[in-house]
Design a protein around this ligand. Structure first.
Ligand SMILES: Cc1ncc(COP(=O)(O)O)c(C=O)c1O
Length: 392
């Protein structure tokens, strides 16, 4: 790794002008297959004795550029890109789990990750304990002889609860468990879990990594051995690989990641302070506010607080619904990390697959509203929320 700073690496890492044409931008290698020079070379590529490309499900030069850039930014040895955040979750977990294994997972989690663990894992003989990782004691209490993995989000979607990266990593190591963290909300710009000893980091790259709301993708970053296992195992055989065009969109998105994250963070801090001061707000969850119960931990392990804010209004769901229906600039839509500010209702949208009892256990009340602050002018986002709140 060179000693360039993060902003420079986001622009340059993994890339160089095309030796054939001088094209500065990485080409989109829109091809399914690659011609072999002769039968011997084809065989050697399959045996791993020659370096090169075979077939895009196994690797593609555009994808490689993205993977090298992301591995560098997360300070990992290697990375592998996937067709969606969920393909990253399934590929990274199933590569290491077998029938009879047990995993500890944070609660809450993004709704589809939760339903994968809750509904599918038991069908495949994998047992899951959902715990509140804000309380680190919940790990030793739930460790079993067959616990192989600790999986979590920090901050968690959508309650913004944090887990202590260094403590989870240490407990993972002392109990022989692989630790996996979904770093979608923070991106490596604000949080680098591998530097705290976490084994595997993954992202829904659909969000801040792409940054423009025009791609569905995922990425996994770890050491070379784990990435090889995922790439040559679950990713290849379950087949959730990224397309060359989507990889190219992410390379483009990453160049402006630092600029976007700075603006989003500054906007979100202003918006969070505005919401916290509104008499219409019952509760607000944003790690950048001093009132967040884990504000100190946020300052220790994150270099910014990101753009995700959750809140409950005094009038509960009825008030939240009225607010969401009356906003003019903030768009009512799921997803997050786009240029546009997005607002949504977790209990009927992103987390509707979670049954009511589990939602309540996870702290996802019916009145909870989630905001993904965009890169617009903070004054316009605040004035839209102000007019919405005034009408309640
Ligand atoms: C934290 C988190 N992880 C994973 C995912 C799944 O990503 P994708 O929609 O790209 O499959 C999401 C989607 O919203 C998410 O918010």
């Amino acid at each position: 790794m060179t000693n360039w700073h993060f902003n420079t690496r986001a622009v340059h890492k993994g890339e160089s002008p095309c030796p054939l044409t001088g094209a500065l931008r990485t080409p989109i290698y829109q091809t399914s297959t690659f011609a072999f020079k002769d039968v011997e070379q084809g065989g050697n590529l399959f045996k791993g004795e020659d370096k090169g490309y075979i077939y895009t499900r196994l690797g593609n030069p555009t994808q490689t550029v993205l993977e090298e850039k992301m591995a560098d930014l997360e300070e990992g040895e290697a990375a592998c890109a996937a067709a969606s955040g969920m393909a990253a979750v399934t590929s990274a977990t199933l590569a290491f789990l077998n029938k009879g294994d047990h995993i500890i997972s944070s609660r809450p989690l993004y709704g589809c990750t939760y339903s994968l663990f809750k509904d599918f894992f038991p069908r495949w003989g994998i047992e899951v304990s959902f715990v509140d990782l804000a309380n680190i004691e919940s790990i030793p209490k739930n460790i079993k002889e067959n616990t192989r993995m600790i999986y979590f989000e920090t901050p968690a979607n959508p309650t913004m609860k944090l887990a202590d990266l260094a403590k989870v990593a240490a407990l993972g190591k002392s109990n022989n468990c692989i630790t996996v963290v979904d770093n979608t909300f923070m991106t490596p710009y604000f949080q680098k879990p591998l530097t705290y000893g976490i084994d595997i980091v993954l992202h829904s790259a659909t969000k801040y990594i792409g940054g423009h709301g025009d791609v569905i993708a995922g990425i996994i970053i770890s050491n070379k051995d784990y990435i090889d296992e995922i790439k040559k195992g679950t990713l290849k055989d379950l087949g959730g690989v990224i397309s060359p065009f989507d990889a190219w969109l992410l390379i483009r998105g990453l160049k402006t990641l630092p600029l976007r994250m700075e603006r989003i963070n500054n906007n979100a801090i202003e918006v969070a302070h505005f919401l916290a001061s509104s008499p219409k707000i019952q509760e607000i969850y944003y790690p950048g506010l001093a009132q967040h119960p884990q504000h100190q931990l946020a300052k220790e392990q994150m270099t910014g607080f990101g753009g995700m804010i959750s809140f409950e209004l005094k009038g509960g769901f009825a008030a939240g619904k009225k607010l969401m229906n009356n906003l003019k600039l903030c768009t009512l839509a799921v997803s997050l990390g786009d240029a546009e500010t997005l607002i949504q209702h977790p209990s009927s949208m992103t987390h509707s697959v979670v049954c009511e009892d589990d939602r309540l256990l996870a702290g996802i009340s019916e009145g909870l509203v989630r905001l993904s602050v965009g890169i617009e002018d903070a004054r316009d986002i605040i004035s839209d929320l102000q007019q919405g709140l005034a009408n309640l």
